[in-house]
Design a protein around this ligand. Structure first.
Ligand SMILES: [Mg+2]
Length: 206
C-alpha cells in the first residue's frame, strides 16, 4: 500500500496490460489439445458459452470447463484453467507490462478499471501473476465500465490508461481524470489526450 499522497493510476485490463487475443489463443490451444478436437470446434462452443452468459449472470470457471468436458467427453482438470499452471494467463501479459508496473509502483498507487464478468476478470488478475502490484481497494470491475453510477465510484483526479477510444472519450467528458490512450492498432490520436503505442512510454510521461 502506497502513501496517502501518492497519485493513483488505474489501468484498463484487457488489451492494455493483458492481450485478449493471446489469452484466447492460449485457452483454445490448451482446450483443443486436451479435448483432442480442432481449435475451430473449441471456438464455436466458447462463443456459444459467452453468448448465453450475457443474459445469465456471471462467468464461473467450473461451468466453463464443464461445458467442454461434457461436449467432448474428456476429463479436464479445473486447475489447469483457473490457475497459471499451463501459462495461459502469464503468457497473455504484454511483454512490457511487468517492467512498467515495477517502475510505476515506486511513485504511484496502482489499480484496475476493467469491464467484464467480475469473477473472470479476478481470475485473470490473480493468475497472471501481477495481482500484488495493485491496491485491492483500487480494483474496479463492472459489466459496463461506462455506467455513470460506476464511473462516479472512481476516485477524482486519477490517471487512467485505456485502449478503447469510446471509453477515453466518455471519461474525457467528465473532466475528472488525467487520460492516456494506448492505441496499439494505428496512428490515430484523440485531441487533448496523450496517445501512446506502448506502456513503456508512460514511464517518461507521468
Ligand atoms: Mg481494454
Amino acid at each position: 500500500m502506497g502513501l496517502m499522497d501518492e497519485k493513483i493510476i488505474l489501468f484498463d485490463w484487457d488489451d492494455t496490460l493483458f492481450s485478449k487475443a493471446e489469452y484466447k489463443k492460449n485457452l483454445r490451444g490448451n482446450l483443443a489439445r486436451i479435448c483432442e478436437v480442432s481449435e475451430e470446434e473449441i471456438f464455436e462452443l466458447e462463443e456459444k458459452y459467452f453468448d448465453n452468459l450475457i443474459n445469465s449472470g456471471d462467468f464461473q470457471i467450473d461451468d466453463f470447463v464443464r461445458t467442454f468436458s461434457q461436449r467432448f467427453n474428456k476429463k479436464i482438470n479445473l486447475e489447469d484453467f483457473s490457475t497459471d499452471r499451463l501459462g495461459i494467463y502469464s503468457r497473455a501479459l504484454f511483454p512490457e507490462t511487468i517492467g512498467v508496473l515495477n517502475k510505476l509502483k515506486i511513485n504511484f498507487q496502482l489499480g484496475i478499471y476493467s469491464q467484464g464478468f467480475d469473477s473472470l476478470q479476478k481470475i485473470k488478475i490473480k493468475s497472471s501473476g501481477i495481482e500484488n502490484f495493485f491496491d485491492q481497494n483500487l480494483i474496479y470491475i463492472n459489466r459496463n465500465k461506462l455506467d455513470p453510477e460506476f464511473i462516479k465510484k472512481l476516485p477524482n483526479d486519477v490517471i487512467v490508461i485505456e485502449d478503447k477510444k469510446e471509453v477515453i472519450e466518455k471519461l474525457k467528458d467528465t473532466g475528472r481524470f488525467q487520460l492516456f490512450w494506448i492505441n496499439r492498432i494505428d496512428d490515430q490520436k484523440i485531441e487533448g489526450v496523450t496517445t501512446i503505442k506502448n506502456l513503456g512510454e508512460l514511464v517518461n510521461l507521468i
